[in-house]
Design a protein around this ligand. Sequence first.
Ligand SMILES: Cc1cc2nc3c(=O)[nH]c(=O)nc-3n(C[C@H](O)[C@H](O)[C@H](O)COP(=O)(O)OP(=O)(O)OC[C@H]3O[C@@H](n4cnc5c(N)ncnc54)[C@H](O)[C@@H]3O)c2cc1C
Length: 444
Amino acid sequence: MPGIDTDVLVIGAGMAGLTAAARSLSRGSSVIVVETSATVGGSAQFAGYAWTAPSHEVMDEVNPNGSPALRRALVDGFAPGIEWIRSLDVECADAVTVLRYGTGHQFDTNQYIGECRKRIRADGELLTSTSTLRLLTEDGSVVGARVRLADGTEREIRARATIIATGGFQANPEAANKHIHPAASAMQLRSNPTSVGDGIRLAEAVGAATGKDRSGFYGHLIPTGVSFREPADFVALSLYYSEHALLFNLDNRRFIDETAGDHLTTMALLEQPESRGLLVADERVYRDWITGSYVEGAVAIDKFDLAQRRGGRCGFAESLDDFAYLPEEWGYDGAVIAEEIGKINAAGRAVRPPRAYDAEPLDRGPYYVIEACPALTFPFHGVRIDENGRVLAAAGGTIEGLFAAGSDTGGLYDHAYTGGIAPALVFGLAAADRATADRAVVTA
Ligand SMILES: Cc1cc2nc3c(=O)[nH]c(=O)nc-3n(C[C@H](O)[C@H](O)[C@H](O)COP(=O)(O)OP(=O)(O)OC[C@H]3O[C@@H](n4cnc5c(N)ncnc54)[C@H](O)[C@@H]3O)c2cc1C
């Protein structure tokens, strides 16, 4: 076709973008990928599991306010997504339980990233250190983008389909405060540093629908006062075990069912006074969960020991009586918290807020105390898409030629979470399939 440089232009080379690009190539389309940083992989480099809810029923139960069409498409597309990963000769382990209600496969995301990159380098074009200035439009359709290459020159890439996959806006403090919570920018960034909201900016400029605000974010609790020094800290410092512990706010009260999941507690803590709280474990929780593996196959790390070594606010109490010696400057009343723990243990299953999935008492000293705060991986607010990854228009309908996938998208989750890799994979594939539908040269 005259004036068209490529069939598919992909903006962002993380999980969603690389998936969409490799799939588009496999369907015989020409592909150009632009990536803002010097390397590819985004946050996917740090992930270990592709997982989601195993059935529509579970998805509906744990994520009741997410878009019904996207929830359905994610569950239906998951098994074919795993098949796709395996089709690139990337090994996916057998299914294990993830976050109590999910099912997923451990796989080497860096091997997957490498396989996708190899295919793009061989049959397409990969432009790293390239920024996207704006999308090109004609008669309301998106027909590519204007980009600035690594050498500073600008180029118009004309494309039949443009797929946005820049990974969200978590590294943009203003956007985080606006769309997540006014205190959101105080959270440490637990993701790649380059997802600053370009995907949403580009899409909104051509009339895309976005939403909804305050739908939450994915992240985990970490010890307060401890900075991430390297990406390995994102997992090492995450206090996943909080779902078996007790979390008290600065009013010395529990405020959520911690046992529902660390990722949910993390969102709730953001909204508490000063977004910090005291996480209390006893000897059982320390033995079974602090030093244990979070998901089968994951490396176990003694989180308490690490937090202590890294200068976090940590306390060790032989018994509840020792809570009276909690440092005053932390701002909690240790004696009141000890009394609360006694009441919680006595209440058992009648405790409020409930402890639905682990109501065991925390009655065996010593106690391990860490002050915790939330860290941000990616927001749930983003560009609205349909189940084929087509971008919805604010004015209604879809925007011709424009697709989005991964953490740039919104609507799938609302204060709930069933994986980040899985939606990037499933909607990256769906977008590629739809974008290349009319010219698929399927080699079967
Ligand atoms: C420590 C950690 C562990 C995780 N573990 C898991 C896990 O086990 N399972 C799971 O399901 N999820 C996990 N996640 C989440 C998962 O990694 C993300 O949900 C997933 O990578 C999202 O894919 P994406 O393509 O949207 O974004 P990314 O993979 O982050 O990729 C976005 C890419 O876009 C690029 N980009 C940004 N702006 C532009 C621009 N203007 N132009 C071009 N390129 C741009 C970025 O540089 C980046 O390369 C984890 C995340 C972290 C940080």
